[in-house]
Design a binder for this molecule. Structure first.
Ligand code: UN1
Length: 497
């Protein structure tokens, strides 16, 4: 019997007011139902926001170090449940167990970082221009945070947003992706077990059109943090303009790995295999373009094709599987349609390009790891985010040309250069337009204590991760204390002539 899941509002597990539900299935075996979840609507969001607003009045007054202690307990509980969370996540969205363990670990790292931030949350004290006057700026909580997250990092991404939001003293209304509601539910259970009081974290399951829109449109939601597609991100920003909410968007990518002729070829090969086909290519940091210098192009393509063809597809829970399924049928169809586009545009399909026919893969949304060569910068498969196991290989002749091709995209999340030439490495670091640049490492692999985010249409300038995310989830309060006993006029009394 599939488990029946519920929303969590004001410390209580409840059904959607409408009583409607939806199913969540295992993408590696779509006949396996993981659970039924409430198909919520605006009325459920209304209730959650009301309770979060009320809880804010007490949570904002809890000392930040105390909130940090709760975050440490959250981390400890995640450590204890790491394996069972990873197994649940693999069943729910398909990526292999080593990766879902990494996903949980990213959450653990984020919890411990948040815990220590409780004893920092630094502000500034700054000298006043007037005597006997004290100036400071401190971080204060903002209010109710709407958190809308994707399915590809079902644990890590919610923790990137929820932990700093809570640590800063905000309360949360959380809408996880409909493809990964069970992992999200486990996170809320852990937060509650660690001592987060009723109303401080609320989860409302359901679709973006109903639950997501209701959160973004709600006048009592003060900030929204969203990770997902650029298309939806733009709509969120438009909708949020009506109430002038603070919005953090982490959107699409068309990340490239560039290989110079002096690079270590084995290393570059390992890098692109991991970057392009890890998580079945379903990361916003995934490598979807491989830029090869003409001198090593043919050699590396040959090495690559051999290895891509030997990647083992399968249920991510099984030992020895390299690549899991796409998350759902529509994602698999998107991949197939881009393969057809690539062929039509004149690129050469050198690996994959099909749904596998093996009987043990017949009940999952699998797609063979795919490589195109002879891709040109104007091809759609060189420009558009596919979010699947498809790699486009392009050729360049000089470092400058490589960087130009690298930057020829509306996105700017992650980037990678393989070279042993330090001058080229630093030139690339300076000239690549992306939020993240790796040297001799793949485009994936961001660490939780570093800023994460992109430029151009990958986002709207905010960062997650590390110290930077605390800027988003707190507001500056500037304070002047005049202890001179008289009226002192800034800009005037010091400059009377
Ligand atoms: C994402 O794809 O949205 O750097 C996040 C990485 C991971 C996070 C990816 N640590 O690939």
């Amino acid at each position: 019997m599939a488990r029946k899941f519920q929303n969590f509002i004001n410390g209580k597990w409840v059904d959607a007011k409408s009583g409607k539900t939806f199913e969540n299935r295992n993408p590696a075996h779509w006949d396996e139902v993981i659970g039924t979840f409430p198909k919520s609507g605006a009325e459920d969001v209304e209730e959650a926001v009301r309770c979060a607003r009320k809880a804010f009045e007490t949570w904002r007054l809890v000392p930040a170090p105390k909130r940090g202690d709760i975050m440490r307990a959250v981390g400890d509980l995640m450590v204890a449940r790491k394996e069972d969370l990873a197994q649940m996540m693999t069943r729910e969205m398909g990526k292999v167990l080593t990766e879902t363990r990494g996903d949980v670990q990213e959450g653990i790292d984020t919890a411990y970082y948040a815990s220590s931030e409780g004893r920092r949350l630094f502000g500034h004290t700054v000298p006043s221009e007037l005597p006997n006057k004290f100036n400071m700026a401190m971080r204060v909580p903002i209010g109710v945070a709407g958190i809308i997250t994707p399915w590809n990092f079902p644990m890590a991404i919610p923790t990137w947003k929820i932990f700093p939001a809570l640590l800063c003293g905000n309360t949360v209304v959380f809408k996880p992706a409909s493809d990964t509601p069970a992992t999200a539910t486990a996170l809320v259970e852990i937060l509650t077990a660690a001592g987060v009081p009723p109303g401080v974290v609320n989860i409302v399951h359901g679709g973006g059109g109903e639950v997501g829109n209701a959160i973004v449109g709600h006048p009592d939601v003060d900030l929204v943090s969203f990770t997902g597609s650029t298309l939806v991100g733009k709509k969120i920003l438009e909708m949020a303009a009506a109430t002038l909410k603070r919005v953090s968007l982490e959107l699409g990518g068309k990340n490239a790995q560039m290989v110079m002729p002096d690079a270590n070829m084995e290393l570059a090969l390992e890098g692109v295999l991991w970057g392009a086909f890890g998580t079945t290519g379903q990361r916003c940091t995934a490598t979807s373009r491989l830029l090869l210098h003409e001198k090593i192009h043919d050699t590396l393509v040959e090495m690559l094709v051999r290895r891509v063809n030997s990647l083992r597809l399968g249920d991510g829970l099984k030992e020895g599987v390299d690549v899991g399924p796409c998350v759902n049928e529509s994602q698999q169809q998107t991949v197939q349609s881009y393969v057809e586009i690539g062929i039509k545009e004149g690129a050469t399909l050198v690996a994959g390009g099909a749904v596998p026919r093996e009987p043990d893969l017949a009940h999952g949304w699998f797609y063979r790891p795919t490589v195109f060569t002879d891709v040109l910068p104007h091809h759609r498969i060189a420009k558009e985010e596919i979010f699947g196991p498809v790699l486009s290989v392009l050729k360049f002749r000089t470092l400058d040309e490589g960087i130009r091709i690298m930057n020829d995209t509306i996105y700017g999340l992650s980037s990678s250069v393989y070279t042993t030439n330090i001058n080229d490495a630093y030139t690339a670091i300076r000239d690549i337009k992306a939020g993240i640049t790796y040297i001799n490492a793949p485009t994936i692999g961001a660490e939780a204590h570093m800023p994460f985010g992109g430029v151009k249409q990958t986002g709207n300038g905010h960062r997650e991760g590390g110290w930077a995310v605390y800027d988003f989830f707190s507001e500056w309060k500037t304070v002047y204390v005049d202890y001179s006993g008289g009226l002192q006029r800034a800009q005037i009394d010091n400059y009377e002539s």
